[in-house]
Design a protein around this ligand. Structure first.
Ligand code: NAD
Ligand code: TYD
Length: 351
């Protein structure tokens, strides 16, 4: 299968590209604008493979997208390109509207134009796979049942609202034009090559460097954690067998409070990289809460596991140990980011 994949230099996109090149026969054209979140190094191992090609372009550039479809002639699209960080969406929502909504619209139109030009059989086989988040469903309370494919949309941050907007466009293109698109909504990912603005890489790096570990509010907010390499496998299964018009709610049944997550990272580091200054959890600092902070996200993945014949291989403890070890082994990568791109300062306070 020839896959046009957007956002392949990002955290999840690069895991998908590596999985495609290493473990399947598919070929991939990676379309990426190379924002602050992109990392060329994440693809170093697979970048010279003859089944891999790269195009630096903005998904909101219709002319570039039309050209990409005409020249690559894909059988499927995996659309991961997005602005992805909630705190940045609080500071500057405009870029989230531009990439996540206008960009997705532009990509859908280029894909639909190309799809209409195909023969009947190729049209039937074509798939547009939109990668989205469970944050579009809003926030759960402690005793609410987890999200499923039928949970109503209730986005509450500029990020989740922009992703919900893009999901609605994808559904509308299916219902209105018969365009063979489907959506996967997934829980919080963590793992290797994760840009150090999100909780897990930020806290891991700060702890390694002996810096304060900022926990928003009282640390009881909950997220449901999926190891990125498990997610990559699920996404490739989905593009291979996903049905038009469907949504798949993907997760690993690993809910943890933020404080549990931070303490687990600290205790792994106490073991792998003990500090002369004492236990790493002494660095924890409770800081002012995120504005509009969603309390809890969690997915019941039962239906997607069955439909995609997939199950996450890592529980949180196994995945986080690999992740912490990886950050210890890849200081060059994150130290460069800390020097040039993002120093780890607090984002998204509305001040
Ligand atoms: P990321 O921020 O790490 O990477 C995004 C990538 O998209 C970058 O390489 C960036 O350069 C590229 N990009 C951004 N704007 C672009 C544009 N206009 N044109 C072309 N490329 C552009 O994001 P991620 O964490 O890998 O997330 C990938 C997708 O998965 C997103 O759609 C996100 O909403 C979704 N998702 C993420 C998570 C998570 O926990 N990270 C969970 C569920 C769903
Ligand atoms: P984050 O990694 O930004 O993902 P999302 O907001 O998309 O779930 O945040 C995960 C959780 O961690 C969320 O409840 C906010 C919290 N958080 C902190 O407590 N401290 C931090 O420094 C960051 C970045 C997040």
């Amino acid at each position: 299968m020839k896959i046009l994949l957007t956002g392949g230099c990002g955290f999840i996109g690069s895991a998908v590209v590596r999985h495609i090149i290493r473990s399947t026969n598919h070929s991939v054209l990676n379309v990426d604008k190379m924002t602050y979140a992109a990392s060329e190094e994440a693809l170093e191992d697979v970048g010279s493979d003859s089944r891999y090609a790269f195009l630096k372009a903005d998904i909101a550039d219709g002319t570039a997208m039309n050209k990409a479809f005409e020249s690559f002639q894909p059988d499927a699209v995996m659309h991961l390109a997005a602005e992805s960080h909630v705190d940045r969406s609080i500071d500057g929502p405009g870029q989230f509207i531009q990439t996540n909504i206008v960009g997705t619209f532009t990509l859908l139109e280029a894909a639909r134009k190309y799809w209409l030009s195909l023969g009947k059989e190729a049209q039937k086989r074509f798939r547009f796979h939109h990668i989205s988040t469970d944050e579009v469903f809003g926030a759960l309370d402690v005793n609410d049942p987890p999200f499923t494919e039928t949970t109503p949309y209730d986005p509450r941050s500029p990020y989740s609202a922009s992703k919900a907007g893009s999901d609605h466009l994808v559904s509308a293109w299916f219902h209105t034009y018969g365009f063979p698109a489907f959506i996967t909504n997934t829980t919080n990912n963590y793992g290797i090559w994760h840009f150090p603005e999100k909780l897990i890489p930020l806290v891991t790096i700060n702890a390694i460097e002996g810096k304060p570990l900022p926990v928003y509010g009282n640390g009881t907010n909950m997220r449901d954690w999926l190891f990125v390499l498990d997610h990559a496998e699920a996404l490739v299964k989905a593009v291979e067998i996903g049905e038009p018009g469907e949504t798949y709610a993907i997760g690993a049944r690993q809910p943890r409070t933020n404080l549990e997550v931070v303490k687990t990272i600290c205790s792994i580091l106490d073991e792998l990289a003990p500090s002369a200054k004492g236990k790493h959890d002494s660095l924890i600092e409770f800081v002012t809460d995120r504005p509009g902070h969603d309390f809890r996200y969690e997915i019941d993945p039962q239906r997607a596991e069955k439909a995609l014949d997939w199950k996450a291989k890592h529980n949180f403890e196994a995945g986080i140990r690999k992740t912490v070890q990886w950050y210890l082994d890849h200081k060059d990568w994150w130290q460069k980011i800390r020097e040039k791109n993002y120093k780890g300062q607090r984002l998204g306070t509305t001040k």
